[in-house]
Ligand binder design. Structure first.
Ligand code: BGC
Length: 749
């Protein structure tokens, strides 16, 4: 044997030996399930218990002796939260945890553009990845039931279809970074009052048609690797201990193979949580925001008490194996995925994405006499309102951020105005929240002002008389009882005497524009007195630039409302009779007696005066005309058939713009009562002046289905339907008949 042959044999033997030594779970060429199974087979009961509960505020351990890393979670959903101390909510004081704040999810939903959701998911996923977080605690997809819910700003509005279409690309974008999206708060977490215990009673049809579709889309289409059962109860059991939600629906019907991660402090009972489908426990003995016992991790329900149950033979070890396997799968999909990208933080791309999404999500509600965009002959603008100068990324609860930078509206508008030679003056107008601190993150702003409300209004009015144009920037903010986790709003009105102020400004200057930064609808007693209204949301780091883009016409607005702006609180069905059992509950129970009547599904039955601005409404600086739409077929007969709706859309104005074509389905006759119409397709199209483009939208049988609670199935009944086509839920310009001829097509999913 030559020396060369001998060496070759030796090298070959060594690599064979090495290969034989590489455990399957570490070998990423092996199938995921094989790796999970292998890792699990090497773990003892204590290892398995350890990986299914927290070891710190936001992390859980891996299995150190096997070299399996742990999990690091982060809020979500609008930016990557700053790091807190190991066992405290206080700041860790890190220097590398400042982020880009993306627009709140209400703004994302208002883009009505799934491409923006993909961009959002990709960008925030990159920030999470760079910060070495494995699980992003978001997005939030709870449906907008009441305008008083303090957390609506974290969600995507009132419509299950719109929310579903937006959540899927967000999740895919995040997870392409090897970071898990943890969709929250599953399910029926629609108010903050009594949020830890409120027990929700809702009929099955409403549950499946309104409150579950976005979660289902997140799991089945988005492939979310994690889900967060919320604080509330459903039909007597906490969401984290609810076998209907977790076992029957999530893991049964939807075949979820990821991890159900408790909301922080949402677990209450070891037996139930062990048996009913929760996989990981976080935040116990805290309220998720502030209070908490220290270093209580070993006492978690899924820690020592669970181990005790198992050692006494009182808990099924197969269920423990299932939980541990799911956690391992999550770790392998994220931290142990060697091929995932590296991510990036505070990149120009992320600022650009934030600004672009904001620009597409800002909604022009009203624009009489084309007051906007600002005309070139305007010489003096008066800006009024606290929200023009207030950092909005700090506060609001767990979504609070520590930003690398945030452009305030006054800065953004003044900078743009300067390039046009316009003078900008500022008046406070009202004093709202001056705290400037959340969870140890401080804005550094001193917003103290000792003037009385009357003085502030008088000063603003005086200045308004001298300006060519007034831009009021107000709304809500992130303090308690505004748009804030942990508390609901106390009423539907704007706080801090803003109604009085706006009315006075409008009287002083006919060119008054109102720009509202909120995550919720509000009453508008001044609606007919002001010529222009813009709904601006919470838009994050690029707030000032994005608002200026729209105000000065660099961006032509194309946002559409993702929820109804009704005239008064009682125009929302849960509040119609001011019945406390419907909101906020009596003796800890809340009954969703309004059923399907959420948002436009309810207001469609009311006179138009009960709505200020309808779901789907939003104007542009150009005008559009819809031509005669066409259906690809007048009859849907096979269960796999689809219908194409083609709508010619012309830009009849003189600047490029985007319009959102909305398709609603009306069932002319059905066995069960149905809402008058339901959104089933939409498409945003960009059109140059004098151009016509065809918007093509597709409907399949699912668009005609309803959930039959007796049969516990989605059903399509044969018969006559109408396809309603328009540019808002209250601006339907065409109605095409369609016949569903195949009898009783069942929903297959
Ligand atoms: C919130 C969650 C959040 C968690 C961790 C809870 O208070 O409800 O949305 O992800 O805290 O901060």
């Amino acid at each position: 044997m030559t020396l060369k042959t001998t060496l070759t044999l030796l090298v070959g033997a060594a690599s064979l030996y090495a290969a034989a030594q590489t455990p399957i779970y570490l070998d990423d060429t092996k199938p995921l399930e094989e790796r999970v199974h292998d890792a699990l087979s090497r773990m003892n009961v204590a290892d398995k218990i350890a990986i299914i509960h927290a070891q710190s505020k936001f992390s859980s351990p891996g299995v150190q002796r096997l070299g399996i890393p742990g999990i690091w979670c982060t809020d979500g959903p609008h930016g990557i939260r700053p790091d807190v101390l190991w066992d405290e909510w206080d700041q860790a004081g890190a220097t590398n945890d400042s982020c880009v704040a993306f627009p709140a999810l209400t703004c994302l939903a208002a883009t009505w553009n799934p491409d923006m959701a993909a961009l959002y998911g990709k960008s925030i996923g990159e920030e999470a990845r760079y910060r070495n977080k494995n699980v992003l605690l978001g997005p939030g997809v709870n449906i907008y039931r009441s305008p008083l819910n303090g957390r609506n700003f974290e969600y995507m509005g009132e419509d299950p279809y719109l929310t579903s279409r937006m959540v899927v690309p967000y999740i895919q974008g995040v997870q392409a970074n090897g970071v898990a999206a943890c969709v929250k708060h599953y399910a029926l977490n629609n108010q903050e009052i009594d949020r830890d215990h409120v027990d929700v009673y809702v009929d099955d049809r409403t549950l499946h048609e309104i409150y579950l579709p976005a979660f289902k889309a997140a799991i089945k289409e988005g492939g979310a690797w994690a889900i967060m059962p919320g604080y509330n109860k459903y039909a007597g059991d906490h969401a984290c201990e609810n076998s209907t939600l977790l076992l029957d629906i999530l893991k049964g019907d939807w075949k979820f193979d990821g991890v159900a991660i408790s909301d922080w402090g949402a677990v209450h009972n070891t037996e139930k949580v062990a048996a009913n489908g929760l996989d990981m426990e976080f935040g116990s003995w805290t309220d998720g925001l502030a209070n908490g016992a220290s270093n209580a991790y070993d006492d978690y329900y899924l820690a020592r008490p669970y181990l005790k149950l198992i050692s006494e033979g009182k808990a099924d070890t197969a269920l423990l194996d299932d939980k541990a396997a799911r956690v391992l799968r999550l770790i392998m999909r994220t931290e142990m995925n060697r091929n995932r990208p590296y991510g990036s933080l505070n990149s120009q791309d992320h600022y650009d994405a934030a600004r672009r999404i904001a620009g597409e999500g800002i909604v022009l509600l009203k624009n009489n006499h084309n007051l906007l965009p600002v005309a070139e002959d305007v010489k003096r603008i008066l800006l009024v309102g606290e929200n023009a100068i207030k950092m909005m990324t700090v506060g609001g609860g767990s979504s609070s951020l520590k930003v690398q930078r945030e452009t305030m509206p006054l800065e953004g508008i003044a900078a743009h105005a300067a390039t046009w030679g316009i003078e900008v003056n500022y008046e406070r107008g009202y004093v709202g929240d001056t705290t400037g601190e959340y969870n140890g993150v401080t804005t550094g702003q001193n917003l103290a002002d000792s003037r009385s409300s009357q003085q502030l209004i008088a000063n603003a009015v005086k200045a308004a008389r001298e300006a060519d144009m007034v831009i009021f920037i107000g709304g809500l903010n992130k303090s308690d009882h505004q748009d804030c986790e942990g508390t609901d709003r106390k009423n539907f009105s704007l706080p801090y005497a803003q109604d009085e102020l706006i009315t006075a400004l409008a009287e002083a200057n006919p060119n008054t524009v109102v720009v509202m930064l909120t995550g919720n609808a509000y009453s508008m007693p001044w609606k007919d007195k002001v010529p222009a209204i813009v709904q601006g949301w919470y838009i994050g780091s690029e707030a000032g630039n994005a608002i200026a883009d729209v105000i000065f016409g660099h961006v032509n607005p194309s946002g559409k409302l993702p929820f109804t702006f009704a005239s008064s609180l009682t125009d929302y069905a849960p509040h119609t009779n001011s019945a406390p059992e419907m909101y906020p509950g009596v003796d800890g129970k809340v009954y969703y007696k309004e059923g399907l009547d959420i948002g436009y599904r309810h207001t469609d039955r009311l006179p138009s005066t009960n709505v200020n601005y309808a779901f789907g409404h939003g104007l542009s600086y150009t005008t559009f005309a819809l031509g005669k739409p066409q259906l690809s077929t007048p009859t849907l007969s096979g269960s796999d058939d689809t219908i194409t709706v083609t709508v010619p859309v012309s830009n009849t104005g003189n600047r490029a713009g985007s319009e959102v074509i909305q398709v609603y389905v009306h069932d002319k006759k059905s066995s069960l009562p149905r809402p008058y119409k339901e959104l089933k397709a939409f498409k945003k199209v960009k059109i140059n002046p004098s151009e016509t483009v065809n918007a093509t939208l597709t409907l399949d049988k699912n668009a005609f289905a309803y959930f039959d609670d007796n049969r516990q199935q989605w059903i399509v009944e044969p018969g006559e339907f109408e396809i309603l086509i328009g540019t808002a839920s209250d601006a339907i310009s065409a109605c095409l008949p369609i016949e569903i001829s195949a009898p009783g097509i069942a929903w297959h999913d």
